[in-house]
Design a binder for this molecule. Sequence first.
Ligand code: TYD
Length: 135
Amino acid sequence: VVVSAWRWIRFAEEVEPRGSLVWAQAGEALPFTPQRFFLIHGVPDGVVRGAHAHRELHEVLVAVAGEVTLELDDGCEQATVVLDDPALGLYLPPPVWRTQRRYMPGSMLLALASHHYDPDDYVRDHDEFRRLVGP
Ligand code: TYD
């Protein structure tokens, strides 16, 4: 049985007539203490983003609005996944090659990151990623 490096995280959620509230705490549902967040939104239809892996960075991705389609590859498993639920996070430990294939109009992707921004942590060359994950 091959288990993918990534996994889904179901956040705590309180749904009530006043509206819904979703949360997660470091050391509980969140597997790391976030040092940074970034948001990607306003992505025009047909634009592909991402297409990289990280050396050390752990991330949790959440489609806080809309629907984002991602392609994932951890070197063993490949999958296309859809993020469309603000109470569902996708945990990506390093190194997972990820491509944001499609943003539905109005979508907003939240990324929680384990470290500050570091361009040297990016693996943007797919051949280098293949060497990193081994045969
Ligand atoms: P990038 O990671 O290249 O986006 P994508 O892989 O989705 O195309 O980031 C785009 C730009 O934003 C790049 O110039 C670096 C900058 N950036 C920061 O300064 N801080 C950050 O935390 C992130 C994620 C990006």
